[in-house]
Design a protein around this ligand. Structure first.
Ligand SMILES: [Zn+2]
Length: 292
């Protein structure tokens, strides 16, 4: 029984198709994917033995708001003037079997738990990318919450100054997401950067200004991670998302030492996720294989 997995990210979409194992994992721009969903899926199936009619299950995760009942997805980084304000996933994926939609961080923790290089029953996945979010498996059980929105940790209040995109104030992701780091630099320190990459580049060159911004980001990340350690008592926190994957030495490495001073619990091991940017797609494979 063939399956299709669709990980719709802010910038790129990853498609995986297979039967038990993946036969293919293909990447394309999210904008291109959303413009012609069946076309991009058929393209991904080209180098497999799978025909569209063979697909009986499709699992979808998306970075952005989803109305699961109506299967509507509102892409956050793709502007309305391209006619992509609201995507009817049920309609777009109607030829590919029964559809399951899950939170992207929930999928990532499932991927790391089942197919990553860990043998642990208590594991939290944290993404630091265009937003900050988490998924958790505790005592071997996936935790999803009443509405499937467990661990919206990016909107955990940490300080009181910066306004978050959700309207709240002082939330974790208002300081540390790739989108928000330049705003944080400007509003707290008065420094202007075109994007997060520039902050990391200046930091690597030894800039004192960038070093203050990075220091602030590291401190806020440490408090967020320590809160997770204190609340959930995981054995390991695995970190994914583009900001962490592209700058592991700066973003992930200092965390364990900093968290140790901030949590009353045993400090968990904190490291990069082992499936790189494919944690989510492997979690969707777990869903299709009935491991959800
Ligand atoms: Zn918020």
């Amino acid at each position: 029984m063939a399956f299709l997995c669709v990980d719709i990210g802010g910038t790129n979409t990853i498609l995986g198709a297979g039967n038990g194992e993946f036969e293919t994992i293909a990447k394309c721009r999210t904008e291109e994917f959303l413009k012609d969903v069946p076309g991009r899926v058929e393209e991904a199936l080209d180098d497999t033995h799978i025909e569209v009619d063979d697909i009986q299950k499709t699992a979808v995760a998306a970075a952005g708001p989803i109305d699961r009942e109506e299967m509507l997805f509102y892409p956050p980084n793709v502007s309305d003037d391209r006619g992509l304000g609201e995507i009817d996933l049920g309609e777009a994926l109607k030829d590919f079997g029964e559809i399951t939609i899950i939170n992207d961080c929930t999928s990532a923790v499932l991927g790391e738990y089942h197919y990553g290089d860990h043998e642990l029953e208590n594991i939290v996945y944290v993404t630091i990318s265009s937003g900050v979010g988490a998924g958790a498996i505790l005592n071997g059980h996936l935790v999803e919450g009443a509405d499937g929105n467990f661990a919206e940790v990016g909107h955990m209040k940490i300080e009181d100054d910066l306004k978050c995109s959700c309207g709240g104030r002082g939330h974790w992701e208002a300081y540390c997401s790739g989108e928000n780091m330049p705003k944080m630099a400007e509003q707290i320190f008065g420094y202007e950067y075109s994007d997060a990459r520039e902050i990391f580049d200046r930091y690597d060159e030894g800039s004192e200004e960038a070093s203050k911004v990075i220091g602030k980001m590291q401190k806020i990340n440490a408090v967020g991670m320590a809160n997770i350690a204190t609340m959930y008592n995981p054995e390991k926190i695995v970190v994914g998302g583009a900001v962490a994957l592209n700058h592991p030495e700066t973003v992930v490495k200092p965390l364990e030492d900093q968290v140790e001073e901030l949590t009353v619990n045993e400090t968990p091991e904190i490291g990069l996720c082992t499936l790189d940017d494919e944690a989510v797609i492997h979690g969707l494979r777990a869903v299709c294989n009935g491991k959800h």
